[in-house]
Design a protein around this ligand. Structure first.
Ligand SMILES: *[C@@H]1O[C@H](CO)[C@@H](O)[C@H](O)[C@H]1NC(C)=O
Ligand SMILES: *[C@@H]1O[C@H](CO)[C@@H](O)[C@H](O)[C@H]1NC(C)=O
Length: 280
């Protein structure tokens, strides 16, 4: 009896282990392609879902400017060229969500290009720009490219696979529980393994939330980037000035009118008296 029950316990344990393993595999993420929702053909919109709910949501347009070398006419030197690589809509997307870290892996043209963005929660008072509270930020960017790829690089270009990256960044610093939004273009310089060349990543029309999404497919409250905030202020400033000026004019007119009436009354009094005298 004892051996039978321990056998059953063992079987149950094995079953639980199996369930756990299957469960872990089932917890794998799915990616939802929502790019069709945008009228901007350069914009990617997607949601990474895990355990049946959204854990990372992102939308942006991206362009990468890559300097590379082609043989010069004298065939001895190299001339510098610039490839402008647009992130396409048929990008293959993968993501990972942990408690304090999230990652986005984008690849296109059969992995000739890969772009990796890493997000981190900052629990210490690391950022001097924010005096209180906890934030998340974009802290690492890595872009791999192959100069032998012919869509973006010219024939005869000095071949090679390279990686341009930057670590310890403090970009998109946003209070935890909020999403980052920036319509204005943002530019990040990456250093390439190709002779330390500077590769430039241009992001625009950005809306990202890599942590703490409360409801499926819905961004939490927006946190606007500084450039957008400044732009909004600049746009609303003429309106505020106009209203202030209008109110000032009305007040001045009112004061003038009242003053005019009062002085007119005062002047009339003696005249009336003299009139009375004459009559008397
Ligand atoms: C999904 O579930 C797995 C296993 O239960 C867990 O380890 C993981 O942290 C969960 N992921 C998210 C994003 O909640
Ligand atoms: C995502 O959707 C857009 C628009 O419908 C489409 O053009 C694109 O190819 C899709 N991306 C993938 C990876 O299927």
């Amino acid at each position: 009896m004892a051996s039978r029950s321990s056998c059953a316990v063992l079987g149950l344990q094995a079953f639980i282990l199996l369930l756990y393993t299957v469960g872990r595999n089932m917890a794998e993420q799915e990616v939802e392609n929502l790019s069709g929702l945008s009228s901007n053909p350069a914009k990617n919109i997607f949601a990474i879902r895990e355990n049946g709910t959204t854990c990372l949501m992102a939308e942006f347009a991206a362009k990468i400017i890559v300097p590379y070398e082609v043989p010069s006419i004298n065939e001895v030197d190299w001339d510098l060229e610039e490839a402008i690589i647009q992130l396409p809509r048929d990008t293959e997307i993968k993501g990972k969500c942990w408690n304090n870290e999230s990652e986005l892996h984008l690849s296109w043209l059969d992995k000739a290009y890969t772009l990796k963005l890493s997000f981190l929660k900052v629990t210490e008072f690391e950022d001097s720009t924010k005096s209180h509270g906890k934030n998340w930020k974009l802290n690492k960017i890595q872009f791999s490219y192959n100069v032998s790829e012919r869509t973006n690089f010219k024939n005869g270009a000095r071949p090679g696979k390279h990686t341009a990256s930057k670590q310890h960044l403090s970009l998109m610093v946003t209070p935890i529980g909020m999403s980052y939004e920036c319509d204005s273009p943002e530019r990040v310089s990456l250093t390439s393994t190709d002779h330390q060349k500077i590769v430039t990543l241009l992001l625009s029309d950005v809306h990202i939330q890599p942590f703490d999404i409360n409801s499926d497919f819905v961004y939490s409250e927006d946190y606007r980037c500084q450039t957008d905030q400044r732009k909004q202020l600049e746009e609303s400033l003429p309106v505020i000035l106009g209203i202030t000026l209008g109110v000032a004019i009305v007040i001045i007119l009112a004061v003038y009118h009242i003053h005019h009436k009062m002085t007119a009354n005062q002047v009339q009094l003696p005249r009336d008296r003299s009139l009375y005298k004459h009559m008397g």
